[in-house]
Design a protein around this ligand. Sequence first.
Ligand SMILES: [Zn+2]
Length: 471
Amino acid sequence: VAARTLQINSMSTEKWAIEGRFVNPSHTPGVLEYIENGLAIVENGKISSFAKTKSEINLLKLEIDASCPTVSLDQEYLIVPGFVDLHVHAPQYAFTGTATDLPLMEWLQNYTFPAERRMEDLEVATRLYNALVKRLLLNGTTSAVLFATIHLESSKVLVDICQKMGFRAFIGKVAMDQHGAENYEEETENSLRSTEDFILYCNQVMSDCHSSKPGLKKLIHPVITPRFIPTCSEELLHGLGELAKKYEEDGVYVQSHISESFDEVAFVKALHPDAAGDVEIFNKHGLLRHRCIMAHGVHLSDEDLHVMRETGSSLACCPLSNAFFAGKDLRLKRCIEEFGVRVGLGTDVAGGYSPSMLSSCRQSVVSAKIIGREETAEEVKATDVDFAFAFWTATLGGARALHLEDAIGSFEIGKEFDACIVSCKEGNFERFESEVILQKDFERFINLGDDRNIIKVYVQGQLVHDVAGAV
Ligand SMILES: [Zn+2]
C-alpha cells in the first residue's frame, strides 16, 4: 500500500465528521474511556460536537447537513489521539538504531557531537529533517519537542519543514558554550544572540501560521535549549533565564536534560561542588518554570520533585534511553500521582533507538515491572504501569506537560483534532476471538502495533499522513 506524507500549505475551513470506535484519555491519570460508537464533528480544526452513544449520534446526525463529509469506520478501526513525543534530538536521527554501546559522556563525544556538527550543511540538514518529520508522522506522532543543533540556520530549516508538513513542533536551537567538542561549541554571547534570533524567527513563522488559522493554537513554538548543565557556563544559563523571562508572554518554552545519569550527576558535582544538583542550578537561573520540559530526571530526589511541581516544570520520561544510560528508571506513576508533576513520554531519538512512541509506551511498562520486582505488593501498586497508563502518559500526559491540555491530548469539545486512525487488520495484528472487543483491540495495538497499523494521521483536523486507499 502506498503511503504518503502530505505537505500542508493552507488550512481548510471545511466542516467534516468522523464516526467509529474511539479510545479517549480521561481526566484521571491512566484511565481511558472506550467509546464503542462515537461521532465527532470537526470544524476549522477543532472538535465542535462529540456524541458518544447511539442515541446521541442519531440526534447529532439530525443537526448536521447531509452534505457534511463523514469518515465512517467499522470495527476494523480505532480512532485515538496522536502521540505527544516530549524528547527528540532531530540531528541524531542520522544514527537512529545504532550507537547503543557507550555510556552517556563517551556516547556524546563519539556519536552525537560529530552527527550534530554535520547539520552545519543545510542540504544535509534538509534531507535528514524531512525524513525525521515524515517518520514521526507515520508513527502517529502529532506533536514533538525537538532539539536541533547549535546552528541557527539549520535550526530554521527544521522550523520550516515542520510548518510545511503541518506538524506540531516545539523546537530549540541548542545552546552550549563549554565541554562540547572541536568545532561544536559556541561563544557565550553568540549563543545568546542566536537563541534570541531563533525565538524571533519562530515567532514570525507562528504569526504567519496563526493568521491563517484563527482560533487554533500555533503549530510551531520556540524552545530555549541549554543542552545540559555541564555544557553551559553560569553566564549562559543566566542569559537564557533572562530570555525566558523576556519572551514569557509570547509563550516561549524551555527544555534541557536534568539528573539524567550517574556520569552526568558526577560531572555536575565536579563543576558545581557547592550546588545540591541540577534542580538548584536551573532554578537559580529561572529556567524551571511553566512550559519547561526537562528530560529524564531519574536521579531527582523527593525534594527536587516538589520543586518541579511548584515551578510548574514538566518531565519527559524516556524509558528506552534511561535503560541504556541512566542506570535507573523514573518512577513514572509516582511522579504523576504522588508528586503531582506533569510527566509525558519521549522517544529520545537517538539515545532511544526507536522513533515510535509505541516503543516508549512498551518500555515504560517493562521498566515499571522491573522496578516493581524488588518492592512490596503495596509499592508495586503505586509504581505499576500498564498499557493504558502508558498510552495516557504518551498523549494527555504529554499535553499536560506542555500546558496544552486545553487544546490537545484527548477528544473533547473545543480541543483540536490531532488523531490517528488505526487499522486492526494490518501488520502483526491478529484477532482469534469470535467476538470483537474494543479494549483488546486497543491493547493489541499498543503491544503489537507499528506504522503499518497507523493509516491516517490528522493535526488540527488536517490530514497530514495518509496510506492511500486504506479507508
Ligand atoms: Zn536528550
